[in-house]
Design a protein around this ligand. Structure first.
Ligand SMILES: *[C@@H]1O[C@H](CO)[C@@H](O)[C@H](O)[C@H]1NC(C)=O
Ligand SMILES: *[C@@H]1O[C@H](CO)[C@@H](O)[C@H](O)[C@H]1NC(C)=O
Ligand SMILES: *[C@@H]1O[C@H](CO)[C@@H](O)[C@H](O)[C@H]1NC(C)=O
Ligand SMILES: *[C@@H]1O[C@H](CO)[C@@H](O)[C@H](O)[C@H]1NC(C)=O
Ligand SMILES: *[C@@H]1O[C@H](CO)[C@@H](O)[C@H](O)[C@H]1NC(C)=O
Ligand SMILES: *[C@@H]1O[C@H](CO)[C@@H](O)[C@H](O)[C@H]1NC(C)=O
Ligand SMILES: *[C@@H]1O[C@H](CO)[C@@H](O)[C@H](O)[C@H]1NC(C)=O
Ligand SMILES: *[C@@H]1O[C@H](CO)[C@@H](O)[C@H](O)[C@H]1NC(C)=O
Ligand SMILES: *[C@@H]1O[C@H](CO)[C@@H](O)[C@H](O)[C@H]1NC(C)=O
Length: 764
């Protein structure tokens, strides 16, 4: 009897669990959208809900119906609902820097609905792959997961990513979010990432899959250094630096990727808050570049303008300044609180508010927000099944493998051959890292593969953290670490930083390994009997000169913050299942750089009169730990020039030393550079071909060297391939003069690819 009853009870229990989980899931969230004609047929009467009309007409109809109060509630990040028009509230603030993130309040994870999303490597490591199709592919997958989350009711449609600020100083806590120090690489990353997020694949080019945002415009790259923070920092920037370093990525986002948004920054630029600067916003982004989208503030720049920067006497005046400068959306609530009074006081015309509302709603309309139920639209089929798929997670591993940079490799040290290793000591505070691997602006990953887990997949490992955390303030665990090193056949040390060292609102003071980490590395290396592989997990560059010079440390790898699959990717590289080909996207400076250079100095150019050394490989000529573009492989590659001109005749007659790069002369002023690359090693590999030019020094303060273009090729052992570059002289070989004008210098330009150099003479 009792025996018979049990199965019955069991089934009942299962049914109950099933039902309750089913009910809790289905009842929880629904996506937010306007013009829900199925539920409210009266909405059909509104022209703005009519999908056969064009977007501008629809938005015009909508804005015409709105009161000033409703408009003020529609230009802030938590936009109000307008019931009488069938418009629900909308959260503008979502983030997807390297995977869908819950950093913004409009997107969240819920273990019963969507527990996590694929977390790709932090941007600085992905940038190190120098692979534009990888940048695009990641963003496209992220947009699938984001749309799937929107359909599930847990995400927005507007994502404030990517961050395209130039990584100007190694101490910057947010440098990890960026593609590095070079304007060309940063622009290319920005364009590919924006396209990957936004493109629908539809014939209608105006439609958006997601709205991306290039931030933070402009010259924002100091968060909190000594007594200076981003809310009070006044970045003093020359016209030359602004035009050739800080602004190009933003311009490319608008010109080449049609980005839906630009976000202005917290800092002041030459005395003016960027979000209140008409010349920057209205005249440049909207006027010259012709942004098709909205300009947003940071969160909350307007409050910062009032409270921290004391920019105006009243918050209404700040609201008016921002709207008059061209701001459309305020992350925060300042514009909701102060716009109506600002209009009534005559500080700003209602037409400026209309413009802002229009730009915001045009964006939402392009996203399909006003087209009724999203399940019936183009991305309506995406759902939970499309998040954290095996393919998406495999791409996270692939991205990390492509980015990892091999900095040192004494002959024969790497790759390790697993069958020769009885035990591997895996040591260091990041050796079993989880959250550290995903850096900032992350979400909840699908899962983690830690370095220890990755390395344990084919050999027996011994694990010793060596320090309690990356701050490594005590040496009490060193002894066990050195013992492990002394008994193992090989050692992998996983050291570096985490967000307690470099983060938003936290810039570094020193650029060494934190605390006693150097000592741990040296003691372990001393005790080790086999090869010692030092792995640096960090956002920024680290002065590892001590390890570079220590012959017992046989290899050094930089893995950035490698994302959820970082440990698997590291093992692929260490065991030779993947041949590393990443290159540093930023200069690794010696520690003295941080001691001698004020982080507040925004000048890119060196100034010998003050011993200021300048910044980035384009201007800094001093000693480096590792230079921009550096990275080894298990193979060797050689380059042969096939074709490139030695002379270029410019069809003008009056130019003296240079000519304007914005003139009519520039049409069709292009040339080809063709080379053959040969892999002369024994392994397949991905090789980055970096094409630089050294311009003649006729324009004052020209860069010493600049990246013109780059390409990534895959090559089997002893195989070769041709690589062709088409160079646009005015766009790519120009430099900026002190007044901010782009010019092409006449004279000898030297092209460089690897060891290969070639002279081109530009003449009138
Ligand atoms: C939508 O606009 C089209 C084009 O102007 C028009 O023919 C149609 O009648 C409109 N639909 C409704 C429901 O008003
Ligand atoms: C409002 O518009 C009028 C007419 O175009 C213009 O003269 C005035 O300067 C504007 N006021 C503000 C505060 O922009
Ligand atoms: C390593 O980290 C993983 C994930 O947090 C954990 O499950 C595992 O126990 C850790 N391993 C050791 C040896 O601490
Ligand atoms: C060192 O290892 C031993 C043996 O596993 C352990 O008992 C001891 O607690 C460890 N010491 C420290 C400081 O972690
Ligand atoms: C700057 O950092 C310090 C700690 O180093 C912290 O106390 C302060 O709140 C930070 N300021 C800002 C504006 O983030
Ligand atoms: C190298 O390339 C060959 C041919 O494309 C392929 O069969 C092989 O799997 C590759 N090996 C590695 C390690 O990627
Ligand atoms: C670039 O990335 C794409 C996408 O992951 C990949 O298919 C391709 O092989 C990579 N190219 C090279 C040369 O590694
Ligand atoms: C050599 O590279 C070419 C591409 O340049 C490719 O088509 C070919 O399959 C490769 N051959 C081998 C043996 O890997
Ligand atoms: C380029 O020009 C310089 C100066 O005329 C000369 O020294 C150098 O050999 C030339 N290089 C090549 C590759 O022709």
């Amino acid at each position: 009897m009792a025996f018979q009853e049990r199965p019955h009870l069991f089934i009942l229990l299962v049914v109950c669990i099933f039902l309750s989980s089913f009910l809790s899931v289905s009842a929880q969230y629904t996506p937010s959208y306007a013009c829900d004609i199925d539920r409210n047929p009266k909405l059909k009467e509104f022209a703005f809900c009519n999908t056969s009309l064009d977007v501008r007409t629809r938005v015009h109809d909508l804005v015409k119906r709105m009161t000033l109060h409703e408009k003020a509630g529609s230009i802030v990040s938590a936009a109000d609902k307008i019931d009488r028009l069938g418009i629900p509230s909308y959260g503008w603030w979502s983030e997807a820097l390297h995977g869908v993130s819950d950093t913004g309040p409009a997107t969240w994870f819920d273990k019963n609905v969507v527990p996590g999303a694929t977390s790709y490597p932090q941007v600085i490591l992905t940038a190190a792959s120098f692979n534009e199709s990888l940048f695009y592919t990641i963003a496209k997958v992220v947009s699938d997961e984001a749309r799937a989350m929107y359909n599930t009711g847990v995400a927005g449609l507007t994502y404030w990513s990517p961050n395209v600020n130039i990584y100007r100083d190694p101490r910057w806590g947010r440098g990890q979010e960026t593609p590095g120090e070079d304007p060309v690489l940063t622009s290319r990353f920005g364009v590919a990432y924006v396209k990957g997020l936004q493109e629908t694949g539809d014939h209608d080019k105006d439609r958006l899959k997601l709205g991306a945002c290039c931030k933070h415009y402009t010259a924002y790259d100091l968060d909190n250094w000594t007594s200076v923070d981003r809310f009070h920092f006044n970045a003093i920037v020359t016209k030359q630096d602004l035009e050739d370093t800080y602004n190009p990525p933003f311009k490319s986002c608008v010109f080449d990727a049609n980005v839906a948004s630009i976000m202005c920054s917290f800092n002041k630029l030459n005395g003016k808050p960027t979000c209140g600067d008409k010349e920057l916003l209205q005249d440049t982004v909207r006027g010259k570049w012709k942004l098709n989208g909205y300009i947003s503030s940071d969160c909350d720049s307007l409050e910062v303008m009032f409270n921290d920067q004391k920019w105006e006497k009243t918050p209404e005046q700040v609201a008016a300044d921002a709207l008059n400068a061209g701001l459309d959306l305020n992350c925060g609530d300042s514009l909701k609180k102060f716009t109506e009074k600002a209009v009534k006081d005559g500080l700003v015309n209602e037409s400026a508010v209309d413009r802002a509302v229009t730009n915001n709603f045009v964006t939402l309309m392009r996203l399909g927000f006003f087209d009724g139920n999203p399940s019936k639209q183009i991305f309506g089929k995406l759902g939970k099944k499309d998040i954290c798929t095996k393919a998406n997670q495999d791409l996270a591993r692939e991205a990390a493998r492509q980015g990892i940079v091999l900095l040192k490799n004494s002959l024969g040290s790497l790759p390790l051959v697993p069958s020769y290793i009885k035990t591997l000591a895996v040591i260091g505070p990041n050796a079993n890292a989880t959250k550290t691997m995903i850096g900032n602006y992350a979400g909840v990953p699908c899962k983690y593969t830690t370095p220890l887990q990755g390395l344990s997949d084919s050999v027996k490992t011994m694990y010793e953290p060596g320090c309690t955390d990356v701050k490594c303030t005590s040496t009490h665990m060193f002894e066990n670490a050195t013992k492990a090193a002394a008994t193992a056949d090989a050692v992998v040390l996983v050291m570096g930083t985490d967000l307690s060292i470099e983060h938003e609102a936290l810039d570094r003071i020193e650029i060494d390994l934190p605390g006693q980490q150097n000592l741990l590395v040296s003691e372990v290396a001393y005790a080790a009997r086999g090869p010692v592989i030092l792995v640096i997990m960090s956002g920024g560059g680290i002065d590892v000169t001590f390890a570079k010079c220590n012959p017992k440390i046989t290899s050094i790898l930089w893995v950035g913050f490698p994302g959820q699959e970082g440990g698997g990717a590291l093992a692929d590289v260490i065991y030779g299942r993947y041949n590393p080909g990443g290159r540093l996207p930023m200069t690794w400076y010696p520690r003295s750089y941080a001691d001698n250079v004020a982080m507040t100095n925004m000048n890119m150019r060196a100034d010998p009169s003050t011993s200021y050394p300048g910044r980035s490989y384009r201007f800094y000529r001093g000693e480096t730990v590792y230079p921009f573009g550096y990275g080894l492989s298990y193979s060797l590659y050689v380059h042969h020039l096939i074709k490139a001109p030695t002379h270029l005749q410019i069809p003008i007659n009056k130019a003296h030393t240079s000519f304007s790069a914005t003139d009519g002369v520039c049409n069709k002023l292009t040339f080809d550079v063709d080379i053959i690359v040969t892999n002369i090693g024994k392994m397949n590999g991905s090789h980055t071909v970096l094409l630089y030019s050294y311009p003649p020094q006729v324009i004052h303060n020209s860069p010493h060297k600049q990246l013109l273009d780059f390409k990534k090729v895959q090559l089997g052992p002893w195989n070769h391939t041709s690589v062709s570059f088409k160079i646009d002289v005015c766009k790519q070989m120009s430099v900026v003069d002190k007044d901010g004008n782009r010019k092409v210098a006449l004279g000898r330009h030297v092209l460089q690819i690897g060891d290969l150099k070639h002279n081109i003479s530009l003449k009138v």
